[in-house]
Design a protein. Structure first.
Length: 175
């Protein structure tokens, strides 16, 4: 083989592989388009779950704040303060439950709206519907259950809610 023949063979191979065919380019673009559309779909899903997480966190905070307020008010003070268990279970004009809705003798409830979320809370005599205790005689009540529910509608129009509850006991102090 002479050097001239080697060059001509190499030149022919290079000329035959000079670029991509139009079909190869179109197939490559189609594959990239499918991949990019898949990524866009996952971005929307991630955004939805981030908003849902934010709403759940806010709702949990609103519910916990109201529950802590009820617990703070219901804490008996051994030296006698303005608040305490008697104040918490009192639905007269001088009590915490004044103005609450009273669906029965064992339940008092109320609600408000915070940041577009509806927060509802109820205070129930525990155990429920005890024959011996109701809110008409607050000094006999030993335990109450406080339940706080926060409800909202998410961006997809679905109802969501968070519910927290606790049982409060009348503490007795020995003097």
């Amino acid at each position: 083989m002479t050097p001239m023949k080697i060059n001509s063979v190499a030149t022919k191979q290079i000329k035959s592989q000079a670029g991509f065919a139009m079909l190869e380019v179109l197939v490559g673009m189609a594959i990239m388009t499918v991949g990019i559309l898949g990524l866009l779909s996952s971005v929307n899903t991630v955004n939805h779950f981030q908003r849902h997480s934010k709403d759940m966190t806010l709702a949990s905070l609103h519910a916990a704040n109201k529950l802590e307020e009820i617990k703070r008010i219901g804490t008996n003070e051994p030296v006698g303060g303005a608040f305490g268990f008697n104040y918490l279970v009192n639905d007269t004009a001088s009590g915490y439950l004044n103005g609450y809705t009273a669906p029965d003798d064992w339940t008092r409830s109320s609600s408000d709206t915070v940041n577009g979320m509806t927060r509802t809370w109820s205070i129930d005599i525990y155990p429920f519907q005890s024959a011996n205790y109701d809110f008409t005689v607050p000094n006999l009540i030993r335990m109450v259950e406080a339940v706080v529910t926060v409800q909202w509608t998410d961006e997809r129009g679905q109802q969501q809610n968070v519910e927290l509850a606790t049982v409060l006991y009348r503490r007795q102090f020995i003097q």
